[in-house]
Design a protein around this ligand. Structure first.
Ligand code: CTP
Ligand code: CA
Length: 225
């Protein structure tokens, strides 16, 4: 048993972290994206590395940077590229944390040339992306720990619990909306962690680096207790 929070509790472990948004191309100059900054995922990657893990950060388009050793960054654009990278890395992964804001839908076709404006409306047909967290949950073997996130605007506790089960995750981190109602672009987060087995831990609002410590504390606890 490793003491919680000890310096190198995760030495010898490999971690896979997704972060940031994905960009789904419409034509050569346009995409469907979202406001995820990648900061929460980066903070988790850094905290895992500080505790000794070898970290593979699969990062969608984002300005975040790190100078910590032990973090390998796999840059991707689309949900499909993020899925492919995660599927390749997961078999050798001990800890997977899916904090990316993956697009749920992507254009059926990327137009080969810039779409010119015409009169009236433009309809773009979208198709569902693959659910990375759910796919990893189906592949998960004994000893692999899987963490997902949830951001909800209604029934947050029930939806978070549903995600814990439907995605076969060990932890779901529920991100509560801030007082202004928006979830993105802040340097703080307020989370509740739902653990397989029924444990629920409510945390105060705090800087994302501190939230990352809380999450990694629970990961270390689940791995060694
Ligand atoms: N996720 C994923 N791949 C997707 C969509 C979501 O890995 N294609 C992951 C996210 O990284 C997050 C978790 O699934 O860890 C929950 O994402 P969320 O958007 O809250 O839930 P969805 O399952 O996409 O359902 P909905 O958006 O309808 O609530
Ligand atoms: Ca979603």
């Amino acid at each position: 048993k490793e003491p919680e929070g000890s310096g190198q509790a995760l030495a010898g472990k490999k971690a896979l972290v997704t972060a940031g948004p994905t960009y789904e191309p419409i034509d050569p100059v346009r995409f469907i994206g979202n406001h995820s900054s990648g900061k929460m995922g980066l903070a988790i990657a850094e905290e895992l590395a500080r505790r000794g893990a070898e970290v593979h950060l699969v990062l969608g388009p984002s300005a975040v940077k790190t100078s910590l050793p032990g973090i390998y960054i796999h840059k991707v654009q689309t949900a499909e590229q993020m899925y492919d990278t995660c599927m390749a890395e997961f078999p050798t992964t001990d800890i997977a944390v899916m904090s990316a804001a993956v697009a749920d839908y992507t254009p059926v076709e990327k137009a080969p040339e810039k779409i010119k404006k015409t009169s009236g409306t433009l309809i773009i047909e979208l198709t569902k992306t693959k659910d990375i967290l759910k796919s990893l949950g189906q592949l998960k073997k004994n000893g692999q720990l899987l963490v997902g996130f949830a951001l909800e605007t209604a029934n947050e506790r029930q939806y978070a619990l549903d995600k814990l089960t439907s995605k076969n995750a060990d932890l779901i981190v529920l991100n509560s909306l801030n007082d202004e109602g928006a979830g993105f672009g802040y340097d703080t987060n307020k989370v509740t962690i739902f653990e397989k087995g029924g444990n629920e831990i409510v945390y105060d609002r705090k800087p994302k680096q501190q939230v990352a410590k809380d999450i990694v504390d629970r990961i270390v606890n689940k791995l060694y207790v």
